[in-house]
Design a protein around this ligand. Sequence first.
Ligand code: URA
Length: 270
Amino acid sequence: MFNIRLQKYLAHAGIASRRHAEEMIKQGRVVVNGDVVTEMGVMVDPINAEVEVDGKPVNPAKKKIYIVLNKPIGYISTASDDRGRKTVMELVSDIPHRIYPVGRLDYDTEGLLFMTNDGDFTYTLTHPKHNVEKTYVTHVSGNVTMEIIDSLRNGIELDGYKTSPAKVEVVGATQYGTKIEITIHEGKNRQVRNMFEAVGLKVNKLRRTREGGVAVGKIALGKWRNLSESEVNLLKKGGIKSDKTNTSRTKRGAGWAKSKPKTVAKRRRS
Ligand code: URA
């Protein structure tokens, strides 16, 4: 049997994606045959190596676990937090396997968070090339105009890049503000919040409801369920692919703010 790179070994063992495994190695969390490894490039014998992460033995042959958690606000979606905040790991401590969040959900965002010990699954769902769709319900305050909705749909400038076309629908109004559903297939840090902020709307509440065609549904906040086999198989292919855009002009309905009519310059005949 050939030796393999330590980060590949950890990904195959379902500990983390290769990229995340590299971070773990740099952080000194990985021990191979009794020695802490912090350098990249270390090769291990996948059958006989004794590898530990955070003091726990790694077993590459272990069962794969796939769950969907309904994350409450006030939990950080990483395995540990240097500021001592609660982590989502506390919500899944009844699962006798080491599982990790698939991507991130902000401390102040609630809703769908997949967790698994399958590094390839995490890679598929988080790598930008797979364009996995994520749907969020936001409650915003500010003047929600048709022009704003159209610009969110068409893409807006954020920190030097233009966001890809998004599906955006105004779905109602609540005590937290205008309720807007947005579906994006990118995953930049705080992207939804930054998009709304960029168009002058304040996000009062943010909840992820779907990812790759799987919905969080009626799971109570702080609880989780196993993904079904068909959901896992779907997500391993990057989830349902629907048309990415909904850039048709918005029609005014109930709950809309009035915007000033645009002045359209007369075109000169040449
Ligand atoms: N976009 C955000 O702004 N926050 C999240 O947690 C997820 C997407």
